[in-house]
Design a protein around this ligand. Structure first.
Ligand SMILES: NC(=O)c1ccc[n+]([C@@H]2O[C@H](COP(=O)([O-])OP(=O)(O)OC[C@H]3O[C@@H](n4cnc5c(N)ncnc54)[C@H](OP(=O)(O)O)[C@@H]3O)[C@@H](O)[C@H]2O)c1
Length: 228
């Protein structure tokens, strides 16, 4: 089976910060979407923290454990052709429906999640796949997305930890980086290609410039091929 083609799409200040809410520039969500849409992808993938901006904002309480639910992949009822995927190892995102705009939601979990959480996902018809016992194996996740959902192209939409994890796993084929003329300078806020706490060893990747485009407002959009 061939690995899906993976593009990491990101928008940052010139110093690589990605949290845009205090920047003196408007409609950055629109800019992110317009540039992202130029990549025809079967699925976009985000980290748990980013997905919590799109999943249910209500307070949810899980019911009792349900021993009849086994830890096997589950495909919810849906008629979508594209997918919104979240890497959510501990099952922290809750759902009111199984869609984010026109995309069907897929949760990528570890086997440490409770059966009560799986019951919540089943009730909402949210699909889920397992990609590790206690930690996420991204290669396995991507292979399952291809096998179970026939995903051939993936866009990684953030945040920093997610892009960093895919980079370290040598799974990114192409980087699309929109640079906004803002110097952020904040300390401790998320950055492009972040790493989980305590992660020290890493291997930098060589990039080959594919294109560079100047957009209105002094915005620069670069695309690179990643040498893995
Ligand atoms: N400017 C942009 O282009 C852009 C795009 C997207 C998001 N954002 C912003 O970025 C911020 C969030 O970014 P972030 O880096 O803090 O978080 P994130 O990447 O959205 O989510 C990180 C979380 O995802 C889970 N995760 C991701 N990769 C994993 C792996 N390989 N193994 C295990 N767990 C993994 C973990 O969840 P657990 O903690 O539950 O284990 C981890 O804490 C938000 O402010 C958002 O608005 C900006």
């Amino acid at each position: 089976m061939t690995k899906p083609y993976i593009v990491a799409h990101m928008l940052s200040s010139i110093d690589g910060r990605i949290q845009t809410r205090n920047w003196p520039v408007r409609n950055l969500a629109g800019l992110f979407e317009r540039t992202a849409e130029t990549f025809k992808s079967d699925a976009w993938v985000v980290g748990r923290k980013t997905m919590q901006e799109f999943s249910s904002s209500k307070a949810h309480r899980l019911g009792r454990a349900d021993a009849s639910i086994s830890r096997k992949d589950f495909v919810g009822r849906h008629s979508a052709k594209t997918y919104a995927v979240v890497i959510d190892p501990g099952g922290k995102c809750f759902w009111d429906s199984n869609m984010v705009s026109s995309e069907h939601v897929i949760e990528v979990l570890t086997e440490k999640v409770s059966t009560a959480y799986l019951k919540h996902l089943r009730e909402k018809q949210v699909s889920y796949i397992f990609a590790g016992k206690t930690s996420i194996d991204l290669e396995r996740a991507v292979t399952k997305l291809s096998k179970v959902f026939r995903v051939k192209t993936i866009r990684i939409d953030g945040g920093g930890i997610m892009w960093g994890a895919f980079l370290q796993a040598s799974l990114i084929d192409e980087i699309s980086h929109v640079i906004v003329p803002v110097a952020d300078g904040s300390i401790g806020s998320p950055i492009v290609f972040d790493a989980p706490k305590g992660h020290t060893s890493h291997h930098a990747k060589a990039l080959h410039l594919k294109s560079i485009k100047r957009l209105p407002g002094g915005i620069i959009w670069t695309r690179y091929r990643v040498e893995n």
